[in-house]
Design a protein around this ligand. Structure first.
Ligand code: SAH
Ligand code: F3S
Length: 477
């Protein structure tokens, strides 16, 4: 299943980095789920690279197999279980090979993983990657090893991630970890712990270093970027206990955006994910102020019905959400929005479903990520509400919502036709070797014929003359 901005084909794809003299051991590392996992894998690769591990794309060559896993929906977990099953024969042939599970499934299932999956030797939660070298010593001695301790402070701020499998042009930069929001359907607060923000100096250093290494676009990452608050370390929840000086000099997300935009003035800047109840007018003003901050906000809403939003504990109403969108469109006239929707949440009626559809029409999203509700053990919704919408009803409503988003996307893409757009070249089009693909400021994908002298990472002016549902067709001017 496609996750945000992670190309479908990249789910579960292993990445390798340049060889260097090492300990002779090979790491095979695959990532599943959201951008945060892909970004975390770069931290893991960096830690293990320091230990002398080289990466490999051939699983049969590996001494260490690591899967960085996702728990967001049941299907994501099934994918990982099936993948693990494929390693069984390898483990038989190479009993010394270590198989480890990282990320959200590791955190959710903990020792259960070691009990249920005989093949798994190592279980490491998202805040424990620094402990990998120690844990690997244990597995080398033939013992199972586990660390799923969640941290209130860990931001891996000082670890310079190695860039895995990227295009050398776009990169993720993590700015917050964890989430304190407790949306009732969501497993993330349980698997990724308390929300904490990363030191802005280390963020800016990482952005500058990316620029110096040829990168042209960064996406600032967090479960809730708008909630970013730096006051000297520690969880956001403890901000009330900070000193007066810490409170006076604290930095919020809009201020961070301002600092980053100035520090890397020619870098394109995106961010994800915004939470409607924490997104402020100040952030829209920053987008308007800086040319290098893209005119695009991913603003998940999950449902258009107030009753459902309340059951989900989303902390805003339909009207508040629509007001925020309106404000964004006023402050940044050329802005685009995308959504996440959960279809068939507990007790969702036909009327609620229609409210979701009418909200989508009102906002006119460029695109969206829509999923059937999948109940997650341990979440408030799982404990207190019944997953009572029959699968066929969920499927039908999901199909309706996807079809509607298709219409809206096509309409939005048509709106980009007949104008010149600044497109960052991110690679060669999959369908046509003679064409580039890239994105405009609004995050719409554009393909156009390659011209001599153009190269990866260039920002070029492209006249858009046509479109499909999700892609702009253009030519360089
Ligand atoms: N703030 C986060 C949200 C993480 S979850 C972010 O960075 O995107 C991503 C999306 O998965 C959510 O917005 C929601 O639409 C979807 N999701 C979360 N829990 C789900 C569940 N139990 N069933 C179906 N979809 C879910
Ligand atoms: Fe999940 Fe809600 Fe946080 S969707 S990641 S609990 S904002």
């Amino acid at each position: 299943m496609q996750e945000k901005y992670i190309d479908e084909t990249k789910q579960g794809e292993a990445f390798a980095i340049a060889e260097k003299p090492g300990n002779g051991k090979k790491l095979f590392l695959e990532s599943y789920g959201c951008q945060m996992n892909f970004s975390d894998s770069e931290i893991v690769a960096s830690i293990l690279n320091e230990q002398g591990y080289n990466t490999t794309l051939k699983v049969e060559e590996a001494d260490l197999i690591l899967l960085n896993t996702c728990s967001i929906r049941e299907k994501a977990e099934q994918t990982v279980r099936m993948r693990l099953a494929q390693f069984k024969h390898l483990k038989k042939e190479k009993p010394n090979m270590t198989v480890g599970v990282l990320g959200c499934m590791a955190e959710r299932l903990k020792t259960k993983f070691l009990d249920e999956e005989q093949l798994v030797d190592l279980v490491v939660g998202p805040d424990a990657y620094r402990d990998l070298p120690n844990l690997l010593k244990e597995t080398d001695d033939g013992r199972d090893a586990i660390n799923v301790i969640l941290s209130k402070e860990e931001t891996y701020a000082d670890i310079n991630p190695v860039r895995l499998g990227g295009n050398g042009v776009t990169a993720f930069v993590t700015i917050t970890r964890g989430c304190d929001n407790m949306c009732t359907f969501c497993v993330v607060p349980f698997t990724r712990g308390r929300e904490r923000s990363r030191d802005p100096h280390s963020i800016i250093e990482e952005c500058q270093s990316l620029w110096n290494n040829g990168y042209k676009e960064i996406t600032l990452l967090g479960q809730n970027v708008d909630s970013y608050l730096w006051y000297g370390g520690g969880p956001k929840k403890d901000f009330a206990k900070a000193s007066e000086m810490q409170k006076l000099t604290a930095i919020n997300f809009a201020q961070l955006l301002d600092m980053v935009a100035v520090a890397v003035p020619n870098m394109r800047i995106r961010f994800s994910t915004s939470n409607p109840h924490e997104m402020t007018e100040q952030v829209f003003r920053m987008i308007a102020k800086h040319d290098n901050i893209c005119n695009y906000v991913h603003l998940p809403v999950q449902s258009g019905s107030d009753r459902i939003l309340q059951l989900m504990n989303r902390q805003h109403t339909r009207q508040e959400y629509l007001d925020l969108i309106k404000k964004g469109k006023e402050i940044v006239p050329d802005i685009s929005f995308s959504q996440d929707m959960i279809i068939g949440f507990c007790t969702e009626t036909e009327e609620d479903h229609q409210l979701t559809m009418s909200l989508m029409r009102e906002v006119e999203y460029d695109y969206g990520y829509m999923f059937s509700y999948s109940t997650r053990p341990g979440t408030p919704a799982h404990k207190k509400l019944e997953d009572d919408i029959p699968a066929d009803v969920k499927q039908r409503r999901l199909a309706e919502v996807i079809a509607l988003q298709g219409e809206l996307s096509r309409k939005r893409m048509q709106g980009y036709v007949g104008r010149v757009h600044e497109i960052l070249i991110e690679g060669t089009s999959k369908k046509n070797q003679n064409q580039w693909k890239g994105r405009n400021s609004q995050n719409a994908v554009c393909v156009f014929d390659k011209l001599e002298g153009q190269k990866l990472g260039d920002i070029v002016s492209v006249f858009v003359h046509g479109n499909t549902q999700g892609t702009l067709l253009g030519e360089t001017v």
